[in-house]
Design a protein around this ligand. Structure first.
Ligand code: GTP
Ligand code: MG
Length: 304
C-alpha cells in the first residue's frame, strides 16, 4: 500500500527502566534484528542505542538506554545521564519493569519518590510495560497494575514478553496513536545510526558480559583499532582491544593457554559475521588502563 506523505506517522520513543528489565531485548524484537547487546547481567547497555522500526505508514525511532540506577562511579553517572537525556524531546516513553521480580520496597509502600524523580520534567506520555510475563502467573499482574496505577499517571499499562513477542503488537498500536504525523526521520533501509565499528565493539563487550564473571564485565571496555574490508575476498579484518582496569584481570580474560580469550573471540566473530554478512578475521588484544572507568578524560575518548 502506498501512503501519502501526509498520512505517515513518525516519532521517537525512549525505552527506559531499571537495569536488566529487558529494554534491549524489546528493542531488538521490535526491530526484528539484533542491534543492541543483551546479557543476563545488569548494566549491559552503556550508551543510547537507536533502532528504527518501519511499518505500513509509520516509522518509530526507538532509543534503547542504560538502566536507571543510583550511580556512584563516573561511568555509571554517564550511563544514567545518557538515559535521562533520552527522556527529553521524545513523543512517548516506555518504562519497562521485570514482573518476575518482587516489587521494589519503595513501590510496594506506595512511595513514588524514585520513579517520580526519574520522570520529573517528562512531558510526553509514559507507558508502563510489564515485561517478562512469560515468567509470571497472570493473576499476579493485577495487584502490580493496581500498585503502579496509584504511583504515577501512566498513559497506560501493558503486559508483554520481549522474549516471545507476546503483547508487543499492542505496544506498537498504542504508540501509533501517540505519534504525530510527519515524514520519516530515516531512510527505510537504515536500522540504526550506530557505526559498524561501534556495533562490533558492542558485540565483543556482550561476549565479555556473558563469558566472564564477577567484576570483569564492569571493568571492561572495547575499542576498535582497525577495520579493513577486502572487497575481493569478501572478508573484513578487525583488530579490537579489550581494556581492563587492573593487571590482575588480564590473566582472567586471557585464561589458561589463552582459552577464555579464544572463546570470547569465536563467539564475537560469529555474531560480527552475521552483522557484516561476510567472513571476519577478528584479532583481540587485552590491555590494562588503570581505573579507566573513573577517568573522565578516557570516558570522553570512549565517546561518553
Ligand atoms: N524470560 C524472559 N526473559 C527476558 C525477557 N526480556 C528480557 N529477558 C532477559 O532478561 C535479561 C536482560 O535483558 P536485556 O535486554 O539485556 O535487559 P536491559 O534492560 O537492556 O538491561 P541493561 O542494558 O543492563 O539495563 C536477558 O537475559 C534477557 O534474555 C522476557 O520477556 N522474558
Ligand atoms: Mg540493555
Amino acid at each position: 500500500m502506498n501512503f501519502l506523505q501526509d498520512d505517515i506517522r513518525s516519532g521517537m520513543v525512549a525505552i527506559v527502566g531499571p537495569p536488566n528489565a529487558g529494554k534491549s531485548t524489546l528493542m531488538n524484537y521490535l526491530l526484528g534484528q539484533k542491534i543492541s547487546i543483551v546479557s543476563h547481567k545488569p548494566q549491559t547497555t552503556r550508551n543510547r542505542i537507536l533502532g528504527v522500526v518501519n511499518g505500513a505508514g509509520y516509522q518509530i525511532v526507538f532509543l534503547d538506554t542504560p538502566g536507571l540506577h543510583k550511580p556512584n562511579q563516573p561511568l555509571n553517572r554517564e550511563m544514567v545521564r545518557i538515559a535521562m537525556a533520552s527522556l527529553k524531546d521524545v513523543d512517548a516513553v516506555l518504562y519497562l519493569i521485570d514482573v518476575s521480580l518482587p516489587l521494589p520496597k519503595e513501590v510496594e509502600k506506595g512511595k513514588q519518590r524514585e520513579l517520580l524523580e526519574q520522570m520529573e520534567g517528562v512531558a510526553s506520555p509514559v507507558i508502563l510495560v510489564l515485561n517478562k510475563v512469560d515468567l509470571q502467573e497472570k493473576e499476579m499482574l493485577l495487584p502490580m497494575i493496581e500498585t503502579y496505577t496509584n504511583l504515577y499517571p501512566f498513559h497506560s499499562i501493558l503486559p508483554l514478553s520481549a522474549l516471545t513477542g507476546e503483547g508487543t503488537d499492542a505496544v506498537i498500536e498504542e504508540l501509533l496513536a501517540l505519534l504525530p504525523k510527519g515524514p520519516r526521520y530515516f531512510p527505510e533501509d537504515i536500522p540504526t545510526d550506530a557505526s559498524e565499528r561501534f556495533l562490533v565493539a558492542e558485540i565483543v563487550r556482550e561476549k565479555l558480559f556473558i563469558l566472564t564473571g564477577q567484576e570483569i564485565p564492569y571493568s571492561s571496555a572495547v575499542t576498535i583499532e582497525s577495520f579493513k574490508e577486502d572487497e575481493k575476498k569478501q572478508m573484513t579484518t578487525i583488530h579490537a582491544t579489550i581494556i581492563l582496569e587492573r593487571s590482575s584481570q588480564k590473566g582472567i580474560v586471557i585464561g589458561k593457554g589463552g582459552k577464555k580469550l579464544k572463546s570470547i573471540g569465536t563467539a564475537a566473530r560469529k555474531d560480527i559475521e552475521k552483522l557484516l554478512g561476510q567472513k571476519v578475521l577478528l584479532k583481540l588484544w587485552v590491555k590494562v588502563r588503570k581505573n579507566w572507568s573513573k577517568d573522565e578524560r578516557f570516558l570522553k575518548e570512549l565517546g561518553f
